[in-house]
Design a protein around this ligand. Structure first.
Ligand code: AHR
Length: 517
């Protein structure tokens, strides 16, 4: 019996994928004035002191031969600008609970060189610290998201860090000024610990809740700077962690609670980033899609303790996690990125758009050279990944009003019994009236024709249309072929009799923006 099958939603018909090379669907847009706005923060990034993410991936130092501006590599700055990155989480991850911020301030040649105990025992020279992070964010208009050390730090250390960054005057402000920065920086998002159930201190949820409450008291708002406080949340299916925190911290002491969810190839098995079978392609996509029921279950718990919806669910680590690149430094989590990663990213972003009334931030792991990365570097060379192109394509959804969509799709059952829909869609309308519809065809061999009747209030002129596709799920960019997978103009979109009609190939992401001008 074939393990891959295509079955109608109603389960009335079952086809093998090979017998169904072309399908036709209708997508219904149902704009609602009171539907949620998709916060741009769900298109956030995460940069940890891990492998070559910060060092080489972003920061090369002012004396480097690699073209840079104030120590930040120019090609990375350009990519950050292209993505319009809204928020950047730093310095970890597991690293955050080992990080003592005073090691990363003052003249660089006086900063201590330490060992990164979490990630490969690599040297950490602390040349990228508080000033380097906040100046980068300020230069690019990115919201900084700081993760403070709870696991091995002290309450006083965390409180002083917040003061050093945000106080307009006082001893910590004087210290900051002596280090070259008179004005305080703006800081909104603060995570109180990271994975406190694991690398962040192996705490029990009851204990962590009390620890959180203590940190929360002393991490003070400064004049003109109100902190958005984020509790270190659960991973995957640890619903008890969320329940205990909601009950014992209580919603009035937090603005957000985090959630981590990583996509591996198969049950508990990471697998190769580039060398996988078609079956494994579908099990990876199936695992990625399971983030939605996981989010829904955590949401139900939030609803129980916070029916007003004050507390945001922040998916501040997500993405694919495969085996490290063969030959790379162990513990640096360098992984290649293929069209499979692009499909995972797009399907996940569609889910975040849908859930964005409670999911108020998300941060893909990680920005450079680590896990589901936006770019990979080698010395002065840099190429962007298929996932980078997805984030570029989704920019029109940032801060746009979500348009609910209805779609009767079919499913491919993966080898683990999860159902992968043959089509996924998301839509939103920006404040200027333009509407963007993004479709994902995750199948390996089905061409799809989609009819989208355009309701009142949705413009009927195609302003732009793009596609990201590749001949194979294993297709990737490399230093030799940096543009093997990249967005192209999409030609198979037309408007006829009040309908947008698209024909999209297998393994593709298509985005169409409609406008009146
Ligand atoms: O992103 C890599 C690691 O994954 C992070 O440091 C940690 O929080 C998670 O376990």
């Amino acid at each position: 019996m074939k393990r891959l099958m295509l079955c109608a939603v109603t389960a009335s018909a079952i086809f093998t994928a090979a017998t169904a090379a072309e399908r036709q669907y209708t997508l219904t847009l149902t704009p609602q004035e009171d539907s949620h706005v998709i916060s741009r923060m769900i298109y956030g990034q995460f940069a940890e002191h891990l492998g070559a993410c910060i060092y080489e991936g972003i920061w090369v130092g002012e004396d480097s031969d690699i073209p840079n501006t104030n120590g930040y590599r120019n090609d990375a700055l350009e990519a950050l600008r292209e993505l319009a990155v809204p928020v950047l989480r730093w310095p970890g991850g597991c690293f955050a609970d080992d990080y003592h911020w005073r090691d990363g301030i003052g003249a660089r040649d006086t900063r201590p060189t330490l060992i990164n105990n979490n990630w490969g025992g690599t040297k950490e020279d602390n040349s990228f610290g508080t000033h380097e992070f906040f100046n980068l964010c300020e230069m690019l208009g990115i919201e900084p998201y700081l993760s403070v050390n709870v696991g091995s730090g002290t309450v006083a250390e965390a409180a002083e860090w917040i003061e050093y960054i945000t106080a307009p005057n006082g001893p910590r402000a004087d210290e900051r000024a002596a280090n070259g920065r008179k004005e305080p920086w703006k800081l909104k998002y603060v995570g109180i610990g990271n994975e406190s159930w694991g690398c962040g201190g192996e705490m029990r949820p009851e204990y962590y809740s009390d620890v959180y409450r203590r940190y929360n008291v002393y991490m003070r708002n400064q004049p003109g700077n109100r902190l958005y406080r984020i509790a270190s949340g659960a991973s995957d299916y640890n619903f008890n962690w969320t329940e205990t925190l909601m009950k014992q911290i209580e919603p009035h002491r937090m603005d957000g609670i985090s959630l981590h969810y990583y996509t591996v190839s198969d049950w508990g098995h990471k697998g190769s980033a580039t060398d996988f079978t078609d079956d494994v392609y579908y099990t990876t996509v199936g695992k990625a899609l399971e983030i939605e029921p996981v989010i829904e279950h955590h949401r139900e718990i939030l609803d129980k303790y916070d029916p007003q919806g004050k507390v945001g669910l922040l998916v501040d680590e997500w993405g694919t996690w495969f085996d490290e690149e063969p030959g790379s430094t162990p513990g640096h989590l360098l992984q290649q990125n293929t069209m499979r990663d692009a499909i995972v990213a797009a399907l996940t972003l569609n889910i975040f758009n849908r859930q964005a009334d409670r999911v108020r931030m998300a941060n893909i792991a990680q920005l450079a050279n680590v896990l589901q990365t936006m770019w990979i570097t080698d010395g002065d060379k840099l190429f962007t990944t298929p996932t980078y192109h997805v984030f570029r394509m989704y920019r029109p959804h940032m801060d746009a009003r979500y348009i609910p969509v209805m779609l009767e799709t079919e499913f491919i059952r993966d080898a683990n019994g999860r159902d992968v829909p043959t089509l996924s869609a998301t839509a939103s309308q920006a404040s200027d009236g333009s509407a963007t519809i993004t479709l994902v065809n995750p199948t390996l061999d089905i061409r799809e024709q989609i009819d989208i009747p355009l309701p009142d209030g949705i413009p009927s002129r195609i302003a732009s249309a793009h596609i990201l596709t590749a001949p194979d799920a294993r297709s990737k960019n490399t230093f030799e072929s940096p543009d093997a997978v990249k967005t192209e103009q999409f030609k198979d979109a037309k408007i006829k009799s009040g309908k947008l009609n698209l024909t999209i190939p297998p393994l593709s992401i298509v985005s169409v923006t409609l406008s009146n001008d």
